[in-house]
Design a protein around this ligand. Structure first.
Ligand code: ZN
Length: 559
């Protein structure tokens, strides 16, 4: 008979599996490198302002370390470290500057990188050095002894200034696999001269959890309690988070990673997943427990700042992480959520959602209404079901358009948006072909202009605006017409616009479905429009987005 897995090593306390393994620490430091390693992701370009705002979010969340950047590597990071002393006041996190060891055969006191680290004027620095012999002989083109000396000299020099120095052992796992003796020599050199943490990096990201655990365990055993071992893991094998948990099981007392797993190639290990896994599933303290509910808002806020939509399926913090579509089980989920959810969603700041589609019965819609705080009686629910079926037949898809769904349900119970009335709108797109006077080349200039006529507070307002496309022009014209009447609208902006053409094979006129994602900085919502005319479909989705934004910003009472 097969033995139950690891039955000897774990026990359960308050539903949390407690490890009896002495190697597993009781608490783990969270080291965030979103600003340095995370910003390597294709498509991310952060301004200094963005970086300061992200650092504030990380401090509010309560991570132990914030790696802010590499001073001297680019003007942006230089400016960041110049501004942090006056513009960033951290209450929980320690700010870290990142850099590398001295150059081959160079002198520490005339090394630019080391000088920049000192000038960054922070409490802690993390410096990277090569821990794989192959990289020392091939990439650096020097001897293994010099490779070790570069690490020792640099850590010693920085320690002499009184700063905390973490040593980042690049390609540690790959190096240790081939020449463990050299990789350990590098770590030893850093530890002997006072590095506070030895960071074992899986720089290529291809190591698997069992190997991470084994290796970390061996290194922890080698150093004993002399120095803390940290792990820095990339997600190239799709096991970044699992590797971090394995590293902690092996005895690592610090995990490095990024919010939402940002990072070059496939990303770093995702702290938004690691933190609740360590705390709630493994019973290991990370950030303060009462702050873990800040994870979802922080993940969304940072996604906003890096200007990339958060993956709805992200574990714990994604929009769909606790979304239920099962019509049959809806009432059971409401009664016994612990039977259908792996942990209470509010513990990470997320919430249960009931996904509504044409397949939804009255009970799912009832749950949805309750979730939105709406009081719908039986006949009203039946009317919602009927309306949904009809609209989904026409091409609407409310499962993804939560904003429009809420407006629809509110309208059925008698609510009408009274902020403004639309009289008409018009969009003109001009394609002007001509010869560029500078280059002499022939080309096209496309401009879009929209005019919107609305009634606000009993007055007729007409506004015209240009935009980079019809939706943008209409959005601007509508806002101009409203002329600051509703200040909460300033926070609302459109983040994504998707178009899909339906029924193309039927030979009849194609129907266009438009989805618009919007945000006010705290919440995001999706609205929908369907019409044979793409502009009309876009206008419906835009109007729903603005109405939903006003509903959030101004309240149901309208005025
Ligand atoms: Zn990295």
């Amino acid at each position: 008979m097969p033995k139950p897995c690891a039955a000897k090593q774990t026990s359960t306390k308050n539903g949390v599996s407690m490890s009896a393994d002495p190697a597993v620490p009781r608490s783990v430091e969270i080291y965030d490198t979103t600003l340095r390693d995370g910003s390597q992701l294709e498509g991310i370009s952060l301004t200094v302002e963005d970086k300061l705002r992200i650092a504030e979010q990380l401090d509010w969340l309560g991570v132990h370390y914030i790696e802010a950047g590499w001073p001297g590597a680019n003007p942006k990071d230089d400016e960041l470290f110049r501004r942090t002393p006056t513009e960033l006041s951290l209450t929980t996190s320690k700010l870290v500057a990142f850099g590398s060891t001295r150059r081959v055969k160079g002198k520490v006191d005339s090394d630019d990188t080391l000088r920049h680290l000192i000038d960054a004027n922070v409490e802690a620095v993390c410096i990277v050095g090569k821990a794989w012999d192959y990289h020392v002989t091939e990439a650096l083109g020097t001897t293994l002894d010099e490779g070790v000396a570069m690490v020792r000299d640099s850590v010693e020099f920085l320690r002499a200034t009184g700063m905390e120095v973490l040593f980042d052992a690049e390609h540690f796992f790959d190096g240790y696999r081939r020449n463990p003796e050299f990789s350990l020599r590098v770590l030893e050199a850093a530890a002997e001269v006072g590095a506070s943490r030895l960071v074992l990096c899986d720089t290529n990201g291809g190591t698997l959890p069992h190997e991470v655990e084994e290796t970390v365990r061996a290194v922890v055993a080698y150093f004993g309690s002399d120095v803390g071992i940290a792990v820095h893991l990339h997600d190239d094998a799709g096991t970044g988070v699992a590797n971090a948990l394995a590293g902690v099981r092996g005895g690592a007392i610090q995990v490095q990673g990024t919010i939402n797993g940002y990072g070059e190639r496939t990303g770093n290990c995702n702290l938004t997943t690691i933190i609740p896994n360590l705390t709630f599933k493994m019973g290991i303290e990370t950030i303060p427990r009462d702050r873990i509910e800040r994870l979802t808002p922080v993940a969304h806020h940072i996604a906003e700042l890096v200007n990339m939509p958060l993956n709805p399926q992200a574990a714990y913090v994604g929009h769909s992480a606790f979304a239920h579509k099962a019509g049959l089980h809806t009432s059971a989920i409401a009664k016994r959520p612990d039977a259908y959810e792996h942990l209470p969603p509010d513990s990470v700041g997320n919430g249960t959602r009931f996904v509504v589609s044409e397949l939804a019965g009255k009970s799912t819609l009832g749950m949805k209404a309750k979730e939105l705080g709406l009081d719908l009686d039986g006949p009203q629910l039946a009317e919602v079901v009927e309306t949904l079926k009809q609209l989904e037949h026409e091409g609407y898809h409310f499962e993804v358009a939560d904003g429009s769904l809420e407006l629809l349900m509110r309208r059925i119970i008698g609510w009408t948006p009274e902020w403004f009335d639309v009289e008409s709108f018009r969009v003109i797109t001009d394609d002007t072909r001509g010869v560029d006077t500078l280059t002499g080349e022939t080309g096209a200039t496309v401009t879009t202009e929209a005019t919107v006529k609305v009634m606000v507070d009993g007055k007729r307002k007409i506004a015209t605006a240009e935009g980079n496309g019809p939706v943008n022009a209409l959005d601007r014209a509508l806002r101009t017409a409203l002329n600051g009447r509703y200040p909460s609208l300033d926070r609302v902006h459109l983040t994504d616009y998707k178009v899909r053409v339906l029924d193309t094979q039927k030979g009849t006129a194609a129907v266009t479905r438009v989805l618009i994602d919007s945000t006010d900085g705290n919440a995001t919502w999706t609205t929908i429009g369907v019409n044979e005319n793409i502009i009309e479909a876009s206008w419906q989705a835009l109007l729903d987005s603005i109405h939903f934004g006003l509903l959030r910003g101004e309240g149901v009472a309208n005025k």
